[in-house]
Design a protein around this ligand. Structure first.
Ligand code: FEO
Length: 396
């Protein structure tokens, strides 16, 4: 029989792993899988907090039935409506037709529009409470972390925060559920990749949410993805605070697009100069072989960004342009950029990147370096000067 993990006396983990899906939201690769976390509170009244992706409903229902042990389900708390958490909603309602769906005004609107359910709704406002018996739930509206209807549910007796997407990330839970049962460093990269690519655009709203939660004593953080933080919840809360304030470390990401290796050689040269300048954090990444979500994850860590491109049809090499378009979506306000690249018979790649930089009001640290076919001695000197300017800028 499936093991049901207990978070606290009457609070259970009933989430599932997904190691089948290649792309989250059909965009973001899942090399380490992902978990869809859901929680069941068994008290005088019973409540389920969020559900899981539709494809995983069978295993999920088995877990819920085991933990309920014949009890009915009274409430379904919907902190977040995105289908990785609401996909099983209709089937849960079919299995427990007497349940009430708990959400805010936007949640009700979204559920009615997405699933056309005839369920009874209990609409809550910011600060409202719901008494389950021993446990008491308090609701905090946290719009745009990650959708407009997003809210968090705080259990006041055990001081458990059911946080929705916040504090969660990619990576299936392979046996260990809690932060003290896993290597947190293994998960932290994937949590930041989730944050930077999916939630990161909404940094000011994350800051507002953190402000709203700041007076709460939070003993356990239960996100909808990734480990449950019961030993060191402060670690993930402060990481979220740093990421949403766009803080950076000293370092440079050099992303390049190359067809025949000329632009790659320029990237490696720049990296070497930066290293000779004493920089330890230098990431050289090929936009043709590394998905942009991993590059953006690194850009979230470091202040310096160098973009190199060959010219393709008088413009930016498409994998590089894709990275820039995605990066522009994120709205990172305070990184510094350097640009280099190559062309054969007409330019356009480097100019295309500079146009994006100007359009997004990003900071360009020095003149771009553009070469015909391959860099020569004079070009390498210009590249050296560009790398030195970058080293100065990231230390500033
Ligand atoms: Fe995990 Fe915004 O969904």
């Amino acid at each position: 029989m499936e093991k049901i993990v207990r978070i606290a006396d009457g609070i259970f983990y009933v989430g599932v792993n997904d190691r089948d899906t290649h792309l989250f939201e059909n965009i973001w690769p899942l090399p380490k899988g992902v978990s869809y976390n859901s929680y069941l509170i068994v008290d005088e009244k019973t409540a389920l907090v969020d559900t899981v992706k539709a494809a995983k409903t069978k295993d999920y229902l088995e877990k819920i039935n085991t933990a309920l042990n014949g009890r009915p389900l009274n409430y379904l708390i919907v902190n977040h409506m995105e289908p990785d958490h609401s996909g099983a909603l209709s089937q849960i309602f079919q299995a427990f037709p007497g349940l009430k769906i708990v959400g805010n005004h936007k949640t009700t609107e979204f559920i009615k529009s997405m699933y056309e359910l005839s369920a009874e709704f209990l609409e809550v406002k910011d600060g409202d409470e719901l008494n389950l018996g021993h446990y008491r739930l308090k609701f905090f509206l946290t719009p745009m972390v990650h959708w407009p209807e997003t809210m968090m549910t705080y259990e006041t007796t055990e001081k458990v925060l059911f946080s929705g997407d916040a504090f969660g990330g990619f990576g299936s839970l392979d046996g260990g559920i809690f932060d003290d049962e896993v290597d947190v460093n293994y998960y932290e990269h994937e949590i930041r990749r989730y944050y930077s690519n999916i939630v990161g655009k909404f940094g000011p709203m994350v800051q507002k949410a953190l402000q709203k939660l700041s007076s709460l004593e939070i003993r356990i953080v239960c996100s909808t993805h990734g480990p449950v933080w019961r030993t060191n919840p402060g670690r993930i809360i402060s990481a979220y605070d740093r990421w949403s304030r766009y803080e950076y470390d000293e370092g440079v990401v050099i992303a390049y697009g190359t067809m025949y290796g000329n632009t790659e050689k320029m990237a490696d040269f720049v990296a070497r100069v930066l290293s000779e300048e004493g920089l330890k954090n230098i990431r050289v990444m090929n936009t043709s072989t590394v998905h942009e979500s991993f590059i953006i994850n690194e850009i979230w860590r470091f202040k310096g960004v160098m973009l190199g491109t060959c010219t393709y049809n008088n413009g930016i090499y498409p994998p590089m342009e894709n990275l820039i378009i995605n990066l522009a979506h994120k709205g990172l306000p305070n990184r510094v950029f350097g640009v280099f690249g190559s062309y054969g018979w007409s330019g356009g790649g480097v100019k295309g990147i500079v146009d994006y930089i100007q359009k997004n009001k990003w900071t360009l640290i020095d003149e771009p370096v553009e070469v015909q076919f391959s860099a020569k001695a004079a070009d390498y000197e210009k590249l050296r000067q560009l790398a030195l300017a970058m080293a100065r800028a990231v230390r500033h």
